[in-house]
Design a protein around this ligand. Structure first.
Ligand SMILES: [Zn+2]
Length: 427
């Protein structure tokens, strides 16, 4: 979840002439609207190839914030208001759209907001979100399946089911107990994003100026070793640069960035990865999974995104209100109508893939949409889980081979995951 998640604006809605979900199933991926990928000339042959490819290859998305979205949709009796086995009116992900887009495995983000670091209850909250994911799978076992290993993703793909592997977003969920990792590993968690928007007990956050540990804490070093031992992937998205460098030095296994883009396009914004960091990540065998958010991929949108977050924070501090307070909501609405947001294009996301490929080759880049975690800030043509074929079309247009696109869409992250599994020695 980024800083501005959950805030919707009518202004945003007006700007989206993107491809809508068209109800087709996997074997017939969605029609690509002419010019949907940013005004390029329509090319029926390429569209068909992109759709067929999305159906044929495994697509793994590194980060989808569905669990927190469902948590927030609960009514007062704890019942989920949304059934993602069917097409949902809200959000970016559901089964029909995943199928239409060719998405085969969506890492469910078990997102623990930073407030639990001070209020307590982080581990229980993570368990609550894991229960939600298990409930989704239980309620539609013909559509969704758990995935505790890279091999399970492949088996589910063969059985035409959408895998829902899990990653905890914010190591605060471990509280200060290393045994929590064993507990979460047993429950199927296969990556942990070390921190989120604030420094925690493990390490420093890219969004926090305190730099509490100047990288990673002594407890964090033990967490990294224990993750290696258990076979849990280390996710460096959200971590500070210094934390990243220390973690790469400590980890015996490749590390991943499940939803980060290239900082070359958003100068000075630490949440994305710099070129030297991407080189180091590649040397380690890891993968950067590109975040689709307009605020991650485009400099103008990024400035707007950051300014908006700062304005909301300033308002909240001044009036001592939280994000869900009606006063904050009214402020956000007013802010958004005064500052129309600039959406990025599918090409802009492809530019990040190009950039990483030019830096380190095609074996270290993947997809980490951040669907359901970005509010309405996604690019035109990549608004939801049905639209991966739009990105494939741009990559084909740019001369990527189908084998390369398969590496980007799943081969690279599955390789890193298997490497982490192979180095594990849980007993
Ligand atoms: Zn995040």
């Amino acid at each position: 979840m980024p800083k501005i998640a959950g805030a919707l604006s009518l202004v945003f809605v007006l700007a989206g002439a993107y491809l809508p979900y068209d109800g087709t199933l996997r074997k017939e991926p969605p029609a690509i609207a002419a010019g949907a990928a940013g005004g390029a000339a329509p090319s029926p042959g390429l569209d068909a190839r992109a759709r067929a490819l999305a159906g044929r290859v495994i697509i793994v998305d590194g980060h989808v914030d569905l669990p927190y979205r469902l948590y927030r949709s609960r009514d007062k009796d704890g019942k989920l208001a949304e059934n993602v086995a069917e097409r949902t009116a809200m959000g970016d992900f559901d089964y029909p759209r995943a199928r239409a887009g060719g998405l085969d495995a969506a890492f469910m983000s078990i997102y623990v907001p930073a407030r639990y670091q001070t209020e307590g209850g982080a581990r229980a909250f993570a368990d609550d979100l894991i229960d939600i994911v298990e409930g989704v799978i239980r309620s539609a076992p013909d559509k969704f399946a758990r995935a505790y290993s890279a091999a399970e993703v492949q088996r589910n793909f063969a059985a035409a089911k959408v895998s829902l592997p899990m990653g905890i977003e914010n190591g605060a969920a471990l509280e200060d107990d290393l045994d929590s990792l064993k507990h979460f590993h047993k429950r199927g968690v296969r990556y942990v994003t070390l921190t989120h928007s604030r420094d925690n007990r493990i390490c420093d956050s890219s969004f926090d100026d305190r730099r509490t540990w100047k990288g990673i804490s002594p407890f964090g070093k033990r967490v990294v070793a224990e993750m290696n031992r258990l076979g849990v992937m280390i996710d460096v998205s959200h971590a500070s640069d210094e934390c990243f460098r220390q973690v790469v030095g400590l980890s015996e296994a490749p590390v991943v960035a499940t939803h980060s883009s290239a900082r070359a396009f958003t100068p000075g914004w630490e949440r994305n990865m710099s070129d030297p960091m991407i080189r180091l990540l590649a040397k380690n065998g890891g993968v950067i999974m590109i975040n689709f958010g307009s605020g991650f991929v485009e400099e103008t949108s990024n400035r707007q995104y950051v300014a908006r977050g700062d304005a909301i924070d300033a308002f909240r501090r001044k009036h001592k209100v939280d994000r869900r307070d009606p006063k904050t909501r009214a402020f956000i609405q007013q802010y958004d109508s005064a500052h129309p947001f600039k959406f990025a294009s599918v090409e802009a996301v492809a530019d990040h893939i190009d950039h990483v490929v030019k830096l380190v080759g095609v074996s270290h880049v993947g997809l980490g949409s951040d669907f359901d975690g970005l509010g309405d800030t996604l690019p035109v043509g990549l608004k939801d889980a049905s639209m991966y074929p739009n990105l494939f079309r741009v990559l084909l247009q740019r001369g990527y081979s189908e084998a390369d696109i398969e590496k980007i869409s799943s081969g690279n992250v599955l390789r890193a995951w298997r490497a982490v599994e192979a180095l594990a020695r849980p007993n």
